[in-house]
Design a protein around this ligand. Structure first.
Ligand code: ADP
Ligand code: MG
Length: 469
């Protein structure tokens, strides 16, 4: 069998057209694929690296193989997607078969969607480790979840994850479930919320016969991994909590894994019976904190990558620096600007994002000071454009304005990390930021003993303007 470069290009274009892919998705994922070799009916296709191989496998495998078979008029063609950078190493992975991931690093799970019943386990298809961004705010919880996923029911039982709303608890819990099932689809895994557990039990009790209670017990006690989300909503009734306690104990004694999430740590779960919270405390407790600026940018970038779309970095930075409460809102903001820009066919610029997000972004009050605002006030004062401030021009007046803007961001936004400021100002390292800020600080210091204080006055004026609405 022969397949020329032209043939391959046509096949890829067919995939693009049938799937109605954006150009950017095509250019990023499909175009770089090349045929490495053909052996019998097997077509070996290379992607640049593991990451692309994973994404191509997940999203386009079915369509590519279909087009290949159609084009070659041969239904027994097999497709194997490999990562070019692994081809020469022993880690070479054959995506066409259901690989054992026994020893694979959990950070590199890139199996095609093997058949496992995530619907029966109550899982959202997208909540996997691959789509979860690990950062300062969640690294411990993330590592704990991976350890549990690798060896459920062993060391960390129960795993208790807590944190505020929209910070990724559900996503992380379900990632464990997906992983366990991918590794062994015969494992019994069940994800439920504590409300669901409560209602299910009330329902079973309401039927008033032993069979339904037994069925209920069977359903919850007969699992390898049971994940109960938002335990704070479990009803404060003896009967409910008793049943939960027994479920917990049965699983625990049989070395089955229990994963629990809550909006607060066990000791603060006041409505929960103490014998239950003390059980929780015997396991591993991991918290998730709100994401910092870098993490917010990283999450937006991941989302951009997963959607296969391209968004201007400035827009991502604008969203990341203004939507700070939690990841759910962050994603909501991104989805909203993308949808609006598609609908109105307007280019997705920072100004466009500002207009679309004005309801989500609080524009009143002191906590509305953002790096954008500081830059725009400084730019206006010096009669230059904001992009000149974040740009690279060495013209003295512009460089001065840049130093001042940097100093003001650092002073007025003390929670913003140096690396985040550097990123914002388009600087490679935070040392540049430090240098800028020190420059202004020492000039202010020199002015302290002078009668004329031009810089001090300018800075004061700017701060007043920044604090105005
Ligand atoms: P919680 O259960 O803590 O309220 P969720 O797990 O529902 O939060 O997360 C809210 C949204 O944010 C989900 O869409 C989830 O995929 C996303 N999300 C949260 N944390 C992360 C992360 N670290 N990486 C990628 N997506 C995340
Ligand atoms: Mg949740």
């Amino acid at each position: 069998m022969e397949l020329s470069k032209q043939d391959w290009d046509i096949i890829l274009l067919n995939v693009k057209n049938k799937m109605d892919l954006y150009d950017i998705a095509f250019e990023t994922w499909l175009k770089p694929l090349f045929i490495n070799k053909i052996e019998g009916n097997k077509v070996f296709v290379s992607a640049a690296d593991i990451n692309s191989a994973q994404i191509v496998t997940e999203r386009y495998y079915t369509q590519i193989i279909e087009e290949l078979r159609l084009y070659l008029k041969n239904n027994s063609i097999e497709l194997i997607i490999e990562a070019a950078d692994l081809l020469n190493s022993s880690e070479n992975i054959d995506y066409s078969s259901d690989n054992e991931i026994e020893d694979a690093d959990i950070d590199n799970i890139f199996l095609p969607n093997i058949n496992y019943n995530y619907v029966a386990a109550n899982l959202n298809e997208n909540y996997t480790f691959e789509s979860f961004v690990k950062g300062n705010n969640n690294s411990f919880a993330c590592e704990a979840a991976k350890a549990v996923a690798k060896e459920p029911g062993c060391e960390y039982n129960p795993l208790f994850i807590y944190g505020g709303v929209g910070l990724g608890k559900t996503h992380l819990m379900q990632s464990i479930a997906h992983y366990v099932l991918r590794k062994d689809p015969t494992k019994k895994v069940l994800y439920i919320t504590s409300e669901f557990f409560t209602n299910d039990l009330i329902d079973a009790i309401g039927r008033n016969n032993n069979a339904s209670i037994n069925k209920f017990r069977e359903k919850y006690r007969n699992n390898d991994v049971l994940l109960i989300d938002d335990i704070q909503f479990i009803i404060d009734k003896e009967g409910i909590q008793d049943e939960f306690f027994h479920t917990f104990n049965t699983l625990y004694q049989n070395h089955k894994q229990i994963v629990i999430s809550s909006d607060r740590p066990p000791r603060e779960l006041k409505t929960l019976n103490e014998r239950i919270t003390s059980r929780f405390s015997q396991g591993l407790i991991a918290d998730i904190m709100p994401p910092d600026y870098e993490m917010r940018v990283a999450i937006l970038k991941k989302k951009e990558e997963l959607e296969g779309i391209f968004i201007d970095d400035d827009v991502l930075k604008y969203i990341a620096s203004n939507i700070t409460a939690n990841v759910r809102e962050l994603e909501g903001a991104l989805t909203k600007v993308i949808a609006f820009s598609n609908m109105s066919k307007c280019e997705l610029t920072v100004d466009f994002a500002k207009t679309v997000l004005k309801d989500m972004i609080n524009t009143k009050g002191k906590d509305t000071i953002t790096p954008q605002k500081i830059i725009s006030v400084v730019a206006k004062h010096f009669k230059i454009s904001p992009t000149e401030i974040t740009g690279k021009s060495r013209i003295q007046s512009i460089a001065d304005a840049r130093h001042i803007a940097t100093y003001l961001i650092k002073t007025l936004l003390p929670d913003m990390k140096m690396t985040a400021i550097a990123d914002f100002m388009n600087k490679k390292t935070h040392t540049t930021i430090l240098a800028s800020s020190n420059n202004i600080e020492s000039r202010l210091k020199q002015e302290e003993n002078l009668y004329d204080k031009p810089l001090t006055n300018t800075i004061d004026l700017l701060i007043t303007q920044i604090n105005e609405d």
